[in-house]
Ligand binder design. Structure first.
Ligand code: OGA
Ligand code: NI
Length: 365
C-alpha cells in the first residue's frame, strides 16, 4: 500500500473508533484492536508473578449509614467520615433514602439508552464541552492516543429546569426517570456537604460553602463498559481524580472500580443499592485527599455506572476556607475556576492528578 493509502486506512479506522466501543462490539469482535491496547505497565495485571502470589482481595470501604448520621450517633458517624476521607478518599453510603426503584430504574433506562441504534445516540455526540448533553467514548477522545473501553453520556443536571429539555427523549421514559434520579442524588449531596463541612469543623456562621455548593453544578455521567474480549490489555477508565467537590457513584452489581490504596490498585466490592462517594479535587486540603481511581473491564458482563459529579457554580472561584489556612498553614493550591480547567483540558488530558498538581503552590521555606 502506498503511504497515502495507508494514511487513508488509518483515518477510516480512527473514525470507526470515534463511534464508540458499543458500536465496535455490536459489529462483532474477537480481539482488542491496537487502539485500545495500553502500554504494559498501565495494564491491569502486571506479571504472572503478581497473579500467582497475591490472592485477589477486594476492598471493603468504610460504610456510612445516613439514618445513623441523622440520629443521635451523628458525631460518631462524622468521625468515621473524617477517617474515611483521610485514609481512603472514598466511602460507601447505605440507608441513603433513595428508593431501590429509583436507582434500579436509572440503571435500566441507561442500559436501554446504550442499546439504541448508533444513529440515535450519535445525535448527542459533540466535541463541545459546554453542551448540556454529550455522548462520547474513551476519556478524552480528541486527545487520547490509546482509547479506553468506555462509552459515556454526560448530562448537565443542576439547575434541572435549565437542562431537562435537552436530555434524550428516547427511550421514552429516560427523561422522567433520570430527572428523579438526578434530583434525589442532588438532595443526598446537599446532606453529605453539611456532614463533610462539619467533619472538618468549618460549618456554621461565616462560611457560605454549603450554600454555594447547594446552588452549584451537577454533572451526571453515565458510563457504559461493554464486555471486552481481552480485558487484560485495556482499561475502562485510566487513573484519574475527579474534578469537583464530591462524586456520588452508583454501580450495577458488576465490579470494576479500583482505587489506589497504600500504593496498590484494589477493587471496590460493589454493595447493591449503595453509593460510592469520593473526595474530588475541590475538597482536597491537608486532611482529605482526592484519590486516584481507575476502571477495569471484563470478558463476560457489560457494566453500567452512573457518576454524579457535584461542585461549586461554574462562575465561582474555588479557594480554601479561611478557617483552614493561617500563617503556619498557607494555601496549598492557587485559587482556580472552571474556565481555567476548561483551558487546561483543551490543551492536554486531565489524567492522574495533573490538573490539581498544576495548581500547586510550591512554598519556599
Ligand atoms: C468516573 C468514575 C467509576 C466507575 O466516572 O469519574 O471514576 O466505576 N467512574 O465507572
Ligand atoms: Ni472518577
Amino acid at each position: 500500500m502506498s503511504p497515502s493509502m495507508t494514511a487513508l486506512v488509518v483515518e477510516e479506522e480512527n473514525k470507526k473508533y470515534q463511534r464508540g466501543v458499543k458500536h465496535l462490539c455490536d459489529n462483532g469482535l474477537t480481539k482488542v484492536p491496537t487502539k485500545y491496547i495500553w502500554p504494559e505497565p498501565d495494564r491491569p495485571i502486571f506479571t504472572k508473578f503478581d497473579k500467582l502470589t497475591k490472592p485477589k482481595q477486594n476492598l471493603k470501604l468504610p460504610i456510612i449509614d445516613i439514618t445513623e448520621l441523622l440520629g443521635p450517633n451523628r458525631s460518631h458517624v462524622l468521625q468515621t467520615i473524617a477517617e474515611a476521607c483521610e485514609n481512603y478518599g472514598f466511602f460507601q453510603v447505605v440507608n441513603h433514602g433513595m428508593e431501590g426503584d429509583v436507582s434500579r430504574n436509572m440503571i435500566e433506562v441507561c442500559k436501554k439508552f446504550f442499546e439504541l441504534p448508533y444513529e440515535e445516540r450519535s445525535k448527542y455526540m459533540t466535541a463541545d464541552m459546554s453542551a448540556p448533553v454529550r455522548c462520547g467514548t474513551s476519556f478524552n477522545q480528541s486527545k487520547d492516543n490509546v482509547f479506553c473501553w468506555r462509552d459515556f453520556l454526560k448530562l448537565s443536571a443542576h439547575p434541572l429546569p435549565d437542562y431537562l429539555p435537552y436530555w434524550p427523549s428516547s427511550p421514552t421514559d429516560f427523561r422522567s426517570l433520570a430527572a428523579i434520579y438526578a434530583k434525589e442524588t442532588k438532595d443526598m449531596f446537599d446532606k453529605m456537604v453539611k456532614a463533610i463541612l462539619e467533619s472538618l469543623e468549618i460549618d456554621g456562621d461565616g462560611d457560605d460553602a454549603a450554600e454555594e455548593l447547594k446552588a452549584g453544578s451537577q454533572l451526571v455521567v453515565v458510563n457504559c463498559y461493554p464486555p471486552c474480549p481481552q480485558p487484560e490489555l485495556t482499561l475502562g477508565m485510566p487513573p484519574h481524580s475527579d474534578y469537583g467537590f464530591l462524586t456520588l457513584l452508583l454501580q450495577d452489581d458488576v465490579e470494576g472500580l479500583q482505587i489506589m490504596y497504600r500504593d496498590e490498585w484494589v477493587t471496590v466490592d460493589p454493595i447493591p443499592g449503595s453509593f460510592v462517594v469520593n473526595v474530588g479535587d475541590h475538597l482536597e486540603q491537608r486532611r482529605y485527599k482526592s484519590v486516584l481511581h481507575r476502571v477495569l473491564v471484563n470478558s463476560t458482563k457489560p457494566r453500567i455506572s452512573v457518576a454524579s459529579l457535584h461542585s461549586f457554580p461554574f462562575t465561582s472561584v474555588v479557594k480554601p476556607s479561611p478557617k483552614l489556612t493561617d500563617e503556619h498553614n498557607p494555601p496549598q493550591y492557587m485559587d482556580t475556576d472552571f474556565d481555567t480547567f476548561l483551558q487546561y483540558i483543551s490543551s492536554r488530558e486531565p489524567k492522574w492528578k495533573n490538573f490539581l498538581e498544576s495548581r500547586k503552590i510550591h512554598h519556599i521555606r
